[in-house]
Design a protein around this ligand. Structure first.
Ligand code: FE2
Length: 374
């Protein structure tokens, strides 16, 4: 059952306004090298830094930016530090999905009143560029939502960081903004977390997919998508469903050792160009067989892109009643088969590529087979 709850989409029931994704923070084993990877492979520019030289004796962070997307790569120096314990358990992964709000304290108080588990209390950071207010709540696994209030701040990122630019020449690849962030949760936990976003943040249920929508011969999963009122924040939540073999969600949970962020979808307005550049930079993508393109136009109707270009870059297309979308998925971006990226270009469509699920999951299963985890 794929239910797109269209009419309710525009209704705003947000507990507090959210202006967008402020940043995504990763805990990694080696922030310096991860920062180089995101610059060289994904075309992010280094914009800020915090480390021992700036007074941070325990931790180090690199802030990278491409248009509206801001990534923070954080590591620590000593094995007993919670960041390295996190890395030891989960591998490199997303720790914080930071939400840009007007009033961080109000957001925190309202969220906690509605049942959120606090991560850290509201506090203010100041420097000569102004002040930032931060507060945090827990979500699935060990992931956190940090509320960021930056209306009184003019600096490059936040107090404690110094501006720092790339020493290598960075070629942006046209990534514009975070389209959606997907969480994988344990069997039976999807509805709990959907309810959390509905009750705590006032999000709307956008779409429901059951295992009949998302299954192959071997594996299955279930998914629901929630969104805030302005649609800038979209959080699909997946859980494994029963199949003949191990689903990709179970594989993720086995390797991440808890629920966590499975993929981040980033938007471009020229996917063919973006993917061509990413491939040239060495980014690996999932492979969908040539036959996918044989009946593509019958399935999606007229599109502006040339089928040859799409076939060459192995980009997928899907249509819903509002338009179409183009998408492609990278392979995992760290040793463990956990986090990966989606590159997406929306041409009207507001959905998530249901028509491609089968082809995609078969592609993931081929990778699982190679890893011996199917
Ligand atoms: Fe996605």
């Amino acid at each position: 059952m794929d239910t797109l709850i269209k009419n309710e989409k525009k209704t705003n029931t947000d507990t507090f306004p959210i202006n967008g994704t402020d940043y995504v923070e990763f805990y990694v084993g080696n922030a310096k090298q991860a920062a180089m990877y995101y610059q060289a492979a994904f075309g992010y520019e280094l914009v800020a830094y915090r480390g021992p030289e700036t007074g941070s004796r325990e931790t180090v962070s690199y802030v990278l930016q491409q248009n509206k997307i801001r990534l923070v790569l954080t590591s620590a120096y000593h094995p007993e530090h919670e960041i390295l314990k996190h890395v030891n358990l989960h591998g490199d992964g997303v720790k914080v999905l930071a939400l840009w709000v007007d009033d961080a304290e109000d957001a925190f108080n309202k969220a906690v009143e509605r049942g959120a588990k606090p991560s850290f209390e509201p506090h203010t950071l100041k420097d000569e560029d102004g002040e930032i207010k931060l507060a945090g709540i827990h979500t699935y696994g060990e992931t956190i939502h940090t509320f960021v209030e930056r209306k009184n701040y003019r600096g490059v990122f936040m107090p404690g960081f110094i501006p720092k630019t790339s020493t290598r020449k960075v070629e942006p690849v046209g990534l514009k903004f975070v389209d959606h962030c997907v969480g994988n949760v344990e069997l039976g936990q999807m509805n709990r977390w959907i309810k959390f976003y509905q009750e705590v943040l006032g999000f709307k249920l956008l779409i429901t997919f059951d295992d009949k929508d998302i299954s192959t011969k071997y594996t299955a999963l279930m998914s629901k998508v929630v969104s805030n009122g302005n649609g800038y924040i979209k959080f699909p939540i997946n859980e494994p469903a029963k199949g003949v073999k191990k689903s990709q969600i179970e594989e993720y949970l086995d390797f991440y050792k808890s629920a966590g962020v499975q993929h981040i979808a980033v938007a471009t307005d020229d996917i063919i160009k973006t993917v061509r550049q990413l491939r040239a930079n060495g980014v690996d993508f999932l492979y969908v067989p040539e036959t996918y393109y044989n009946d593509l136009l019958d399935r999606v109707g007229e599109i502006e892109e040339s089928i040859e270009d799409l076939r060459e870059q192995n980009i997928l297309v899907d249509r819903d009643n509002e338009g179409y979308l183009l998408q492609i998925f990278t392979k995992p971006v760290q040793d463990r088969p956990t986090l990966f990226y989606e590159i997406i270009q929306r041409k009207g469509a507001q959905s998530f590529g249901k028509g491609n699920f089968k082809a995609l999951f078969e592609a993931i299963e081929r990778e699982q087979e190679l890893r011996g985890t199917l």
